[in-house]
Design a binder for this molecule. Structure first.
Ligand code: AHG
Ligand code: MN
Ligand code: MN
Length: 339
């Protein structure tokens, strides 16, 4: 007999004993996972299916969409809209939240997602992923945009799927973080990384250095400290990594520690940072904190931000606890030098 634990078994056992567990959440997760298996197949076949390259369109953020940005968005919508478990969805790729067609019942969960994260890497065959965030909603109602605008701390589940050398699902329901690897032969995600914990200390940072001239002083100071290495005030050498796929950078940090920074970008005051709060920063911060790490803008915890709009951007600094605390402290000292 196999000792392997499938994702479905894991979730059912985790939900068992919860007072209001009805099995709906397990079914919802199964639908998300089915969509991600389809995406994994498309990403893996790549040029053979003719799915690489630009779609020649722009999304609401003014970013050029790849064919796969659109394909993956549609796969997820189709996998979830008929199920009766979902009240509404929001995606990086559409301006407004997606309504459930009238012919289907509306369920008690809202699903927010980045269907293809790191899509600039798709044409060069590097790791990409899907990120999702699940909130509760009032059952049977047609949610308006305001119903989605809830703090990250209210998420009931967050996860991401990594389409890399292996296809992996990283998941939290607020009881730690677990990793599952897709066994392509049997089509099931199998629990392979139990209770993932981020080391508190690190010697690795991730930032896009080409934006250095737009950073605020506390971020400049932190990176200068890292670059000074063992001869500087930190007294140790740091290494740098930047995949330009949030999913891949976060997965590395979950495994061996590190700190990820996409700080406020002073280029455009309307865009504080690049990454989106609702479907990038919130789910990743929930996962990072459930694994013992910390996530902040530098000035406030990401999970405490009250969102103003679906596609709002945020500075994002997360990873190993001690390093993030150090960066928060540098912001504090910069903002209130007299204290
Ligand atoms: P997306 O492909 O969903 O638009 O997200 C890309 C994000 C994220 O994955 C990554 O960390 C970051 O953009 C990279 O930004 P730069 O290209 O500015 O380095
Ligand atoms: Mn993304
Ligand atoms: Mn994307």
């Amino acid at each position: 007999m196999s000792e392997q634990v499938t994702l479905t078994q894991f979730i059912i056992e985790q939900q068992r004993g919860l007072p209001d567990a009805s099995g709906t959440f397990t079914l919802l997760l199964n639908n998300i996972v089915t969509a991600c298996k389809q995406i994994s197949h498309r990403v893996n076949r790549g040029a053979l299916l003719g799915v690489l390259g630009s779609a020649g369109t722009e999304n609401v953020q003014g970013e050029v969409q790849k064919k796969l940005d659109i394909i993956t968005h549609e796969i997820i919508v189709k996998a979830l809209n008929w199920s009766g478990h979902v009240g509404g969805m929001a995606s990086e790729e559409t301006d407004d939240p997606i309504k459930i067609p009238k012919k289907y019942p509306k369920g008690k969960y809202l699903v927010l997602f980045d269907p293809l994260d790191g899509s600039s890497n798709i044409d060069i065959n590097l790791t990409v992923g899907t990120i999702f965030s699940i909130l509760r909603c009032r059952e049977g109602v047609d949610p308006e945009t305001e119903d989605f605008l809830r703090r990250g701390a209210e998420q009931v589940c967050a996860g991401f799927v990594l389409y890399g050398p292996s296809t992996m699902l990283i998941l939290t329901t607020g009881k730690g973080v677990n990793g599952f690897t897709l066994d392509q032969d049997i089509g099931e995600f199998i629990l392979t990384h139990c209770n993932m914990r981020i080391p508190e200390e690190t010697e690795e940072f991730a930032i896009n250095m080409s934006n250095q001239r737009y950073w605020e002083p506390p971020v400049r100071e932190y990176i200068e400290e890292c670059l000074a290495g063992e001869t500087g005030q930190r007294g140790k050498n740091f290494n740098m990594r930047w995949v330009a796929s949030l999913v891949a950078d976060v997965y590395r940090i979950l495994n061996r520690g590190g700190v990820f920074l996409y700080p406020a970008d002073l280029r455009n005051p309307d865009k504080p940072g690049k990454l989106r709060l609702m479907y990038e920063a919130n789910p990743m911060s929930f996962i990072i904190e459930q694994a013992g790490g910390l996530s902040s803008t530098g000035r406030e915890p990401i999970l405490d931000i009250k969102p103003q709009s679906i596609h709002q951007r945020t500075p994002l600094i997360m990873g190993s606890k001690r390093e993030v605390e150090r960066i928060i402290d540098l912001h504090r000292r910069f903002d209130r030098p007299e204290v």
